[in-house]
Design a binder for this molecule. Structure first.
Ligand SMILES: Cc1cc2nc3c(=O)[nH]c(=O)nc-3n(C[C@H](O)[C@H](O)[C@H](O)COP(=O)(O)OP(=O)(O)OC[C@H]3O[C@@H](n4cnc5c(N)ncnc54)[C@H](O)[C@@H]3O)c2cc1C
Ligand code: FES
Length: 373
């Protein structure tokens, strides 16, 4: 295969235990990364290490006010470098879980997590020679740090460039760690910071990422040619849209660009209210779900998702964000038609192969059979 950064169609690995998808992990330590972000370092269970890939996320399952809530957090650790698993949580204004985690989690606590998931990942191979160009904003640095550590240590001939946007200097997560990797792997990692509000003595870039700035940035990072370069992005929606537009203006084809979204989009939503009425027909439909060697039949009412209906009936299907972003609930429709409220989480190739997201999926025919896992 010529390239294949993200093997979107690949099978999800089983949890290390083989039988369970959930773990209780002990918090080894928490690290205050910035004023509003902490890293939570989990001890790898000695008897049953959890395997994962760079770029995957953990789903943290927390009981707040007697209600169980789940949120996805990308692993910033690398399976090749770090003995433990780590995620970094940044406070979101009025956010339920992010603030709870930052305020409450401490060393010695035990948290329930769901096995690592996600497809913002790649295989690392010694003989590979490629350039990963990464655009990150705020907490979107987490999967990028994992990729940086993995690519630098596993692929001696590959390089990485990181363009990292933040509000101000104090908001930069992993500032020192990135500098350390840049020094230790001189010439193979280029980190460029861009700040919204730069201090007087700031030597780097500031302001909006626009065509002129992108041109300057591209002059500073090695030009390896399209065939050897992959573009990754993770950050606020506005930043990702902007970067996509700018890369398109540079004639970089969409299939060279991979993105991870942490938050459901608002820009496109405003433009396409029709998506919300995609399931407008008024019919209860039967859906068959195959998961973990079991087969379940559920009746899905109009305006309810396949996942909601299954969970209401006590079927323990995998899920995390419940908004069509993280792909934790992904399954393959073996027959029938499923309409998605939100298609952003799946690539066109995945959709063509029949993949669906049960958290935003509605059956449109009576013969829907979905295989998960
Ligand atoms: C695959 C994936 C990986 C993720 N990895 C990380 C990570 O490594 N670190 C991290 O801090 N977060 C990460 N997130 C986001 C995280 O899952 C939560 O959404 C986030 O912590 C907010 O949860 P909350 O309960 O505090 O906010 P909620 O109570 O769910 O939301 C409160 C309000 O904030 C908005 N909002 C939610 N998330 C964000 C956001 N990230 N930025 C701005 N506004 C937001 C919501 O739309 C809502 O209006 C990831 C999300 C996904 C899908
Ligand atoms: S649960 Fe995240 S995409 Fe469905």
């Amino acid at each position: 295969m010529a390239f294949g950064f993200f093997k979107k169609g690949e099978k999800k690995e089983k949890a290390a235990s083989g039988s369970t998808h959930y773990f209780e992990l002990k918090v080894k330590e928490t690290v205050q990364e910035t004023k509003d972000a902490i890293s939570i370092v989990f001890e790898q269970p000695a008897n049953q290490p959890i395997s994962y890939k760079s770029g995957q996320f953990l789903t943290l399952i927390i009981a707040i006010n007697d209600k169980e809530v789940r949120r996805a957090y990308s692993l910033c650790s690398s399976p090749f470098v770090d003995a433990d698993l780590a995620v970094t949580v940044k406070r979101v204004e009025s956010g339920l879980v992010s603030n709870w985690l930052v305020d409450n989690v401490k060393a010695g606590d035990t948290l329930k997590i769901m096995e690592p998931m996600g497809h913002f990942t790649t295989e690392f191979e010694k003989g590979r020679k490629r350039h990963l160009v990464m655009f990150a904003g705020g907490s979107g640095i987490t999967p990028m740090l994992s990729h940086i550590k993995s690519v630098l240590t596993q692929e001696p001939e590959s390089i990485a460039s990181l363009i990292y946007c933040n509000r101000d200097i104090d908001s930069i997560i992993f500032k020192d760690e990135l500098a350390k990797w840049e020094t230790n792997y001189q010439g193979r990692l280029h980190v460029i910071h861009i700040l919204d509000n730069a201090p007087m003595n700031w030597q780097g870039y500031s302001g909006l990422l626009n065509p002129e700035l992108l041109k300057k940035l591209f002059e500073r990072i090695p030009a390896w040619g399209l065939d050897k370069t992959t573009y990754l992005m993770c950050g606020p929606e506005g930043m990702m849209k902007n970067v996509e537009t700018l890369l398109a203006q540079h004639s970089i084809p969409a299939e060279k660009i991979f993105k991870e979204s942490f938050v459901q989009g608002t820009i496109d939503k405003a433009k396409k209210p029709a998506a919300e009425t995609a399931f407008s027909e008024n019919k209860v439909r039967e859906v068959t779900i195959r998961y973990d060697g079991n087969e379940y039949k559920i009746m899905v009412e109009p305006k309810r998702t396949i996942l909601e209906t299954a969970l209401d009936q006590g079927i323990d299907l995998p899920f995390s964000c419940q908004s069509g972003l993280c792909t934790a609930c992904r399954g393959k429709a073996l027959s029938g038609t499923v309409k998605l409220d939100e298609e952003e989480g799946l690539s066109q190739a995945e959709r063509n192969e029949g993949y669906v997201l049960t958290c935003v999926g509605h059956p449109m025919t009576d013969d829907v059979v979905i295989e998960i896992g």
